[in-house]
Design a protein around this ligand. Structure first.
Ligand SMILES: [Zn+2]
Length: 320
């Protein structure tokens, strides 16, 4: 049956959405405190094994929190971590969550050649699929590093059979973002195929896109403001939001590393308040995995390999 899509401004959503709660996507980037881009200048990949690993315990805290609220999420897992801790990834999958890829060694896409990037993505995908025995359908680049000059990464993802990507932040930022990119789920058609993009959530304020729903933004802004932002996206724009967090953000006791002061300030800000903020969001809004949220808004069918709904409008093809 072909569903009729309803257009709201430049956006396309499924029928029957009005009056029903919008299903938002809940996502976790599974990486440890020393692997983040903020510390890349002082922590080399080769030295990772020397650091105290806290990702397992912190991911368990996230899993328990989600169980408490009976919510399922998508876990974008770093391939290197999956290789070290396959049991943890099995547990994520066994507890009903979606396992997706965060690349192998957390290198920003634009810092790699296309060949290096392809190898990194293939390696992570293989590790994850070997563990879960299920296809990996989703990808999130390290530090949202699919930007104007690295859009070729989408070609790699489509050629490897990924159904969706969630790496594009429609904001202006010194290290990532495509200012003016679309704000909500849409199909991106590339020369070699199509992929659904679920951009990181923003609200429009004074002509600017303001990030509201994840990581440092989630820790920095008051909980009431975050909730108001998601409510606005759900109620006024009738679109799903995508919330992202990292296991280390629930760990105020993590070892303190050096590095540039602005990055340290951002990494360590309000870690002790993250859990309480998350609880509020989990109580107030409906959340699910990226695949279920995309299926609910009509952007992606719930079939295992991602088949496009016939009625998805061609105008969603352009990235902007
Ligand atoms: Zn990351």
């Amino acid at each position: 049956m072909v569903r009729t899509l309803r257009r709201v401004g430049p956006l396309v959503i499924g029928p029957g959405a009005a009056g029903h709660p919008v299903l938002n996507a809940l996502t976790v980037d599974v990486e440890d405190y020393y692997q983040v881009s903020a510390f890349q200048s002082i922590v080399r990949f080769e030295t990772w094994p020397a650091y105290e690993s806290r990702v397992e315990r912190n991911t368990h805290r996230v899993l328990d929190l989600f169980d408490e609220h009976a919510v399922k999420a998508t876990f974008f897992v770093l391939g290197w971590e999956a290789e070290q801790r396959p049991r943890l990834i099995e547990e994520i999958a066994n507890r009903g969550h979606e396992v997706a890829s965060h690349g192998y060694r957390h290198r920003p896409v634009y810092s790699m050649t296309p060949a290096e990037c392809r190898d990194d993505i293939i390696r992570a995908k293989q590790v994850l699929e070997d563990i879960t025995a299920a296809p990996v359908r989703g990808f999130r680049a390290a530090s949202f590093s699919i930007v104007d000059r690295s859009l070729w990464c989408l070609d790699i993802l489509t050629s490897l059979g990924f159904a969706y990507d969630s790496s594009i932040f429609p904001i202006r930022h010194d290290r990532y973002g495509i200012a003016g990119a679309r704000r909500f789920p849409h199909v991106v058609r590339r020369s070699n195929g199509a992929i659904v993009e679920f951009p990181l959530s923003t609200v429009r304020l004074c002509g600017q896109n303001i990030p509201v729903a994840g990581g440092g933004y989630l820790r920095f802004f008051p909980a009431g403001l975050i909730a108001a932002g998601i409510r606005r996206i759900n109620s006024m724009e009738r679109q799903p939001a995508i919330v992202y967090l990292h296991p280390w953000e629930l760990d105020p006791g993590q070892p303190r590393l050096g590095g540039p002061l602005p990055r340290r300030l951002r990494h360590y800000a309000n870690l002790q308040r993250m859990e309480e903020k998350l609880r509020r969001l989990l109580r107030e809004f409906a959340f699910g995995t990226v695949s279920t949220a995309l299926a609910a808004c009509g952007a992606l069918s719930p079939t295992p390999r991602g088949q496009w709904q016939e009625a998805i409008d061609d105008e969603t093809a352009a990235i902007r």
